[in-house]
Write a protein that binds this ligand. Structure first.
Ligand code: ZN
Length: 264
């Protein structure tokens, strides 16, 4: 799998004597979590995993060289049962996903590490990552952090509709890949589908609301796209990657320097 994560930040390229010598209290490890799942007719199954490597890699490049931060090998398989029925989607159950994250947390704790960031770029994993960040803190005393996608950056030039409901294989993901791996985007195969409309607010929403309906892609989006990839450009993709990587880098730096300010 293609990656943009620098060799010098790749945990699995160290040998165990080098790991033994790392400052355990301050070293921040990042566990990327993503997915292998359908992304419409025009983007590859690995879209969420590639975006994870891309944003994390570009963010790590921006960190001061002496800050001890390393990326662990990713968990590429996520909880993608919303996309089952589309050939190529490879999903693990919530229990499996959480068990793997838990066991990696146990191993890191046994190696003496104290700080772990779960960096997730697949929406279907989000609630599990929230649960595991707290559980790893409770069970192993790890100082855990969760970080999602582009870190909440507000992308310039994106329509309100796409901001609200372009959440799968839409303009942003397409622009990212057009900039980073254009050979993997089939620009002649775009489809449009919106799960809801920003100018017609409903009480029950698909995401990010206090009253939601649980959705399966096959019920609501025949092509598998939720959003509109047509306006995506490589130029916007490059700009947004840089914006997102800067935000992710800021968050990682804050985590690396975090001390518990609220200890009584
Ligand atoms: Zn995606």
């Amino acid at each position: 799998m293609k990656t943009w994560i620098p060799h010098s930040r790749t945990f699995a390229y160290l040998n165990w004597k080098q790991v033994e010598a790392l400052p355990k209290d301050s070293t921040l490890l990042i566990l990327p979590t993503a997915a292998i799942e359908q992304h419409g007719h025009h983007l590859p199954l690995a879209t969420d995993t590639l975006i994870n490597h891309l944003l994390l890699g570009k963010a790590l490049e921006k960190l001061p060289a002496d800050l001890p931060v390393f990326a662990l090998p990713p968990i590429c398989y996520g909880k993608s049962n919303e996309h089952i029925g589309f050939p190529g989607t490879l999903s693990v159950s919530a229990a499996t996903f959480m068990a793997v994250v838990r066991d990696i947390g146990a191993s890191l704790s046994a190696s003496g590490f104290k700080k772990l960031c779960l960096y997730n770029t697949h929406g279907g994993n989000t609630s599990l990552v929230d649960v595991m960040a707290r559980d790893l803190r409770a069970e192993f005393g790890l100082r855990t952090f969760a970080l999602y996608g582009s870190g909440g950056v507000n992308f310039e030039g994106l329509s309100e509709q796409e901001k609200a409901y372009g959440f799968h294989a839409g303009e942003v993901e397409t622009a990212f890949l057009l900039s980073a791996v254009p050979e993997l985007v089939d620009t002649g195969a775009y489809t449009i589908n919106y799960i809801a409309h920003v100018d017609k607010p409903e009480l029950l929403r698909p995401e990010n609301a206090s009253a939601t309906f649980a959705w399966l892609t096959r019920d609501i989006a025949a092509s598998g796209v939720m959003g509109d990839p047509h306006p995506a450009t490589a130029q916007n993709g490059a700009r947004w990657i840089d914006q997102a990587a800067a935000r992710v880098a800021e968050a990682l730096q804050a985590m690396a320097q975090y001390e518990n300010l609220y200890r009584p």
